[in-house]
Write a protein that binds this ligand. Structure first.
Ligand SMILES: Cc1ncc(COP(=O)(O)O)c(C=O)c1O
Length: 405
């Protein structure tokens, strides 16, 4: 039987050579490769600075530490996302305030507006599957005078914002475009994941993108985050290695979240190939599926392009009209039986034990449930051939017909 994986990493000889070069260099942890990855990503995204960290999750911990999130602070986020989005708020000591999504899978700006209180310190919007949020509408909400007037800052950084910070969970959306510009320019901070299944990987890793407005100094915030990702040490091991440079100080209670050079080497080569090779190939798969499914009256195509926006095509979240959750599960089983790996993104957060036990109830998020119940994520990656795409399409249609008719 044929076997089509869901999201294998893209590893070629150039990547292997770069990792090997790092291993041979004798410098394994944070050093020149991390610096190069930060410089290249900042240049590609049109930002002054990005900060490499060892996961999205640790990036969020650093961002919330910087923002001074703690007990009593609320962070508004969508109910339709991966658990890490909400857990990051809990770990910081704050309260995740979940709101419903629109039919493009992204947080509903109107629901944000309704959920804002004086304790709302941040919005953590998710570019789900790589499709950028409605940043214009979200910014309108957080920058509204009514919101600024009730904003209750409890840290120096919050004081400087004077409103809830807009943070993007850009775990999926490296390279996404919003209004003809890199999407990560629109939030104050965006956090990208470079986990093994992501568009650009470092095995595990993350990138904090800084796009802070006045009066912030992005370079200073970069320095703060570097120190706070390295135990609060004022100079990294690479700087200390220089002869006569052994002395250091611990200037704050920093975390340990730095990315290693061995891992950065993978992402560095991928990022160099991203715009002209990796992303276009994801787009090719998106177009192949879209050409097929747009002719089926039972299928709903995921957003990919339009109005100057462009997805990073991390996921292909196909939806099927008029089916129940049980029928969706049956369709998935039949597709899996044909050797094609598919998935569901995501189980609504309020259906997960950890959140249910905290009192969240999926009935309060009808649009999240509606979209989840009929969603099937199809394989989408660089190596997937056109012929394999056609096989996936054939199996999805076959499974749909068998279950529904
Ligand atoms: C939306 C979202 N946010 C956050 C994360 C966490 O990323 P990481 O595993 O790099 O911590 C993921 C991981 O899949 C994700 O999908």
């Amino acid at each position: 039987m044929r076997k089509i994986d869901f999201a294998p990493p893209y590893i070629d000889e150039d990547i292997i050579a770069e990792v090997t070069d790092t291993l041979r260099s004798g410098w394994l942890t944070t050093g020149p490769k991390v610096r190069e990855l930060e410089e290249l990503s900042a240049k590609m995204f049109g930002l002054e600075r990005t900060v490499c960290v060892n996961s999205w999750t640790s990036g969020a911990a650093i961002v919330f530490k910087w923002l001074g999130i703690g007990k009593g602070d609320e962070v508004i986020l969508p109910a339709y996302t991966y658990a890490a989005t909400a857990l990051s708020v809990i770990h910081a000591g704050g309260t995740p305030v979940m709101v419903d999504i629109r039919d493009d899978f992204n947080i509903d700006p109107q629901k944000i507006k309704e959920a804002i209180t004086p304790n709302t310190k941040a919005i953590l919007a998710v570019d789900l599957g790589g499709w950028p949020c409605d940043y214009d509408a979200i910014k309108k909400v957080v920058e509204h005078d009514d919101v600024k007037n009730i904003f209750n800052a409890t840290s120096e950084v919050q004081e400087q914002f004077g409103r809830p910070a807009l943070i993007t969970d850009a775990a999926h959306s490296i390279g996404a475009i919003y209004k003809e510009r890199p999407a990560c320019q629109f939030a104050d901070l965006s956090i990208i994941s470079m986990h093994s299944v992501k568009n650009v990987t470092t095995a595990e890793g993350g990138l904090i993108c800084l796009s802070l407005p006045e009066p912030f100094n992005n370079e200073q915030v970069y320095r703060w985050m570097k120190v706070n990702s390295m135990n609060g040490q004022d100079r990294d091991a690479f700087a200390k290695k220089r002869i006569g440079s052994w002395r250091y100080d611990i200037v704050t209670d920093g975390l340990k979240a730095n990315l290693t050079d061995v891992c950065a080497a993978i992402g560095l080569v991928q990022l160099k190939k991203y715009k002209n090779f990796m992303l276009p190939n994801r787009e090719r798969v998106y177009d192949h599926y879209t050409e097929f499914f747009s002719k089926k009256d039972w299928a709903i195509i995921p957003p990919g392009r339009g109005d100057g926006n462009r997805s990073s095509h991390y996921l292909y979240p196909l939806r099927i009209k008029g089916i129940t959750e049980e029928q969706r599960d049956d369709i998935i089983q039949k597709i899996m039986d044909s050797g094609v790996s598919v998935n569901v993104h995501f189980l609504p957060l309020p259906t997960l034990t950890v959140f249910k036990e905290r009192g969240y109830d999926v009935d309060n998020y009808p649009n999240t449930y509606k979209n989840y119940a009929c969603e099937i994520s199809l394989p989408i990656y660089v190596q997937l051939t056109d012929e394999e795409c056609a096989y996936v399409e054939e199996q999805v249609e076959k499974a749909y017909i068998e279950v529904v008719s």
